[in-house]
Ligand binder design. Sequence first.
Ligand SMILES: Cc1cc2nc3c(=O)[nH]c(=O)nc-3n(C[C@H](O)[C@H](O)[C@H](O)COP(=O)(O)O)c2cc1C
Length: 142
Amino acid sequence: MSLARLIYLSDSNEVITWKLVKDILSVAQENNKLQNITGILLSQGLHFLQVLEGEELDIQELYTHIKNDRRHGNLQLLSCESIDQRQFGEWSMKGVEFIDFDKDKQKKILDKYCQGGEDFYLPEDPQQCIQLINDFGLTRST
Ligand SMILES: Cc1cc2nc3c(=O)[nH]c(=O)nc-3n(C[C@H](O)[C@H](O)[C@H](O)COP(=O)(O)O)c2cc1C
């Protein structure tokens, strides 16, 4: 038994609407519950940041499915490493849209972590991704 956390970024192949996120989540939450996989899916502009936590083999297998999903592309695997405890153990998959946070918070986060002007990019450093999620008050240890 080896617990691991996988973090990746991707570009959506369509404008990200809450309907798209909900469609992804309805399948993800059901599947993930069965596999005891937890995590968070953050959408920002045309980009996704996803954190998956669970048994290493389970999350690797899930990632191969996710990679083949035509709703996104340009997947960038940022990290897949062993962990002692989950940080997102509360959620089979929590969906969060960046634009739902208040403007001040968004600006602070953008200034701190993101680059690229209008179509900015999420950080490529996995630690920074976790910190970013943390700064939004979304991390819970279990
Ligand atoms: C950004 C993104 C995140 C996803 N996250 C998950 C997830 O956490 N769990 C999951 O089962 N499917 C997730 N999916 C859906 C999978 O890609 C896939 O459609 C689903 O697992 C069903 O797989 P299947 O069609 O091979 O049966 C995600 C898809 C996208 C585009």
